[in-house]
Design a protein around this ligand. Sequence first.
Ligand code: SME
Length: 161
Amino acid sequence: MSDPINSIIIEQVDALLFNETNTIANLSNAAALLYSETTDMNWCGFYLYDAKQDELVLGPFQGNVACMHIKNGSGVCGTAFKENKVLRVKNVHEFPGHIACDSASNSEIVLPLMVNNQPFGVLDIDSPVLDRFSAEDEATLIKFRDTLVKHIDSSVLSALN
Ligand code: SME
């Protein structure tokens, strides 16, 4: 059984991003923090919403190279984004339409990000361990996501797309 995700990451991300307004810098360090503080994780990072194309585009991440465009509603990421709900998938091979970026991945959790009530993107985390993410991990990651979002300026999306 994997170690629980340490809730210290919530305070750490708040401190790490303090007074930094650059979104790429903030997302990059948030991904690096999560990756370094969590066991049994082979990929974590962000997909950001491009409203013009109605798709998610690869953002800052840690792990192997990954697919760069995910249509809204596709895969675990696109489904979590479209439905605006956290998806915790015990076995990705049983999820219809799962997009296999890294063949090592067996379980996944995706958290949608809303900034200023606007759809912003998702935080995607993959694990080689089946059923890696517990309900407790999900609660920790929701707080991590909510803390991170407070440091994000939504106006950056128009600059990125
Ligand atoms: N598995 C995801 C695609 C992104 S990679 O895991 C990095 C999905 O099904 O949406």
